[in-house]
Ligand binder design. Structure first.
Ligand SMILES: Nc1nc2[nH]cc(C(=O)O)c2c(=O)[nH]1
Ligand code: SF4
Ligand SMILES: [Mg+2]
Length: 204
């Protein structure tokens, strides 16, 4: 029986990015290949679930949208098996990934969040195409150059900056300044603001 290490499965609204507000079932897989100092997820606190247990759990919810997240979901070698089952049940599949791994072709919507903190691993991520790119803002003189490199190397429909939350505070001013700088002299602002609205609305 194939087992998966699952942190949590819950139904909520997509809090971030272009699909903000979209009802979805979140499947949070354990483990990550990075260690961001501001990470907000306890990704090593998980339980083992069989494929059937996962399917039973998600079918109790209303939504037909699934967001695969983590941790970093692409490092799970068994992920394609899970995606195949979910696809067969007719679910729309979105993923949240840091972009270092390749995204399975069964995924319908790709959100990539390359991490400035690990900029030496970018801008040559395995995945160079996405629906949206969402970068968490860090206060560093090289941050804007990183965003522009990512813009060059990852083709996406939408580019977002997302304020970093630490101890309940968002670095909002740094985020606004970075957005202003990135969009300077452009007729169509390429970089938009993405907030972790689920934290502001106090939902999961
Ligand atoms: N509501 C809600 N939206 C989210 N979008 C991405 C999330 C994540 O943790 O990957 C997340 C999350 O944890 N909650
Ligand atoms: S890539 Fe995401 S899950 Fe992994 S440590 Fe960074 S913020 Fe946390
Ligand atoms: Mg989260």
């Amino acid at each position: 029986m194939t087992q998966f290490n699952i942190v949590e499965i819950f139904e909520s609204l997509q809090g971030e990015g272009y699909n903000t507000g979209m009802p979805a079932i979140f499947i949070r897989l354990a483990a990550c290949n990075l260690r961001c100092p501001w990470c907000d997820t306890d990704y090593m606190h998980y339980q083992s679930m069989s494929l059937q247990q996962i399917l039973n759990t998600i079918q109790q919810y209303q939504s037909k949208n699934i967001i695969i997240t983590g941790g970093e979901p692409t490092i799970n070698k068994k992920l394609p098996l899970l995606l195949q089952q979910l696809k067969q049940l007719g679910y729309y599949l979105a993923i949240e990934s840091n972009g270092l791994g390749k995204i399975d072709p069964q995924i319908d919507y790709i959100s990539l969040s390359p991490k400035f903190h690990y900029r030496q691993h970018y801008p040559f991520p395995a995945q160079n195409q996405a629906d949206e790119v969402r970068i968490v803002v860090e206060d560093h003189p090289e941050f804007l150059a990183f965003c522009l490199k990512i813009e060059q190397h990852i083709q996406a429909r939408h580019y977002f900056l997302s304020p970093c939350e630490q101890n309940g505070r968002f670095n909002m001013l740094t985020t606004l300044q970075a957005l202003g700088q990135l969009n300077q002299h452009r007729h169509n602002n390429k970089w938009l603001l993405s907030l972790q609205t689920h934290k502001l609305a106090d939902i999961a």
